[in-house]
Design a protein around this ligand. Structure first.
Ligand code: T5A
Length: 211
């Protein structure tokens, strides 16, 4: 794995169930950070490099509804390994603030909480792919899973994950909340159920603290 140098780069991730508003708000957050003088890299998981985006297509495609959960887990980490080594770590080492729409906490929430893969299995892969690297901050866009799913479905075409039963998303949300409680120093919770302007007021307050 590529290693981090002692640059002023920062790694911030954005998490939450489907339709929580991560993609909508990440640009807003990027503008605020840029205005304070930092260089930004905006990216996402699964994806972020040409190969990782190709893996993303396999993961979200409805052509593979019966994908085995271990295959899904390994593909998530295969995409992540490429993304981390080719894009995330080099950018942090150049002093950039990397803003990533989802990262390994999504694996703990979806493949762990949602699919029931043991946490120790996910942690083993996390260590293999990331060593000790973790995000500096994680914004959790928290909302009732049913509200989020309805927002995502309103947007049109759904992907393979969005076909899951609501119980799956309730477990995903519950796992995120456990992680936020366990890692309070890293997590910042945004109540994403409010209208967009109220959500952005909360984001501004949280960013002021970080900046
Ligand atoms: N996955 C990912 C795993 O299972 N394991 C992993 O390790 C990783 C990395 C793709 C899938 O992969 C899974 C999780 C996902 O199922 P993704 O591309 O991040 O990951 O897909 P989604 O989370 O499905 O992305 P969404 O676009 O659905 O969610 P967002 O980004 O949180 O929501 P956003 O911003 O697109 O908003 C959705 C809609 O709601 C509206 C927006 O305008 C938009 O129409 N909206 C609001 N409406 C009212 N009030 C607000 N406050 C609103 N905020 C946004």
């Amino acid at each position: 794995m590529n290693t981090l140098n002692d640059s002023n780069g920062l790694f911030i991730t954005f998490e939450g169930v489907e339709g929580a508003g991560k993609t909508t708000n990440i640009e807003y957050i990027a503008e605020k950070i840029k205005a304070s003088g930092h260089e930004i890299l905006l990216t996402r998981e699964p994806g972020g490099t040409e190969l990782s985006e190709a893996i993303r297509e396999l993961l979200i495609s409805k052509e593979y509804p019966e994908m085995h959960i271990t295959t899904e887990l390994l593909l998530m980490f295969a995409a992540r390994s490429e993304h981390l080594n080719k894009k995330i770590i080099p950018a942090i080492n150049e002093g950039k603030w990397v803003l990533c729409d989802r990262f390994t906490d999504a694996t703990f929430a979806y493949q762990g909480g949602g699919r029931g893969i043991p946490e120790t299995t996910i942690s083993t892969l996390e260590t293999l792919v990331q060593g000790t690297l973790k995000p500096d901050y994680t914004f959790l866009f928290d909302l009732n899973a049913e509200v989020g799913l309805a927002r995502a479905k309103n947007r049109g075409e759904t992907d393979r994950f969005e076909q899951q039963h609501i119980d799956f998303f309730n477990r995903v949300r519950a796992k995120y909340l456990v992680m936020a409680e366990t890692e309070k120093h890293r997590y910042r919770i945004v109540n994403a159920e409010h209208d967009l302007s109220t959500v952005q007021i909360q984001i501004s307050q949280l960013l002021t603290e970080i900046l």
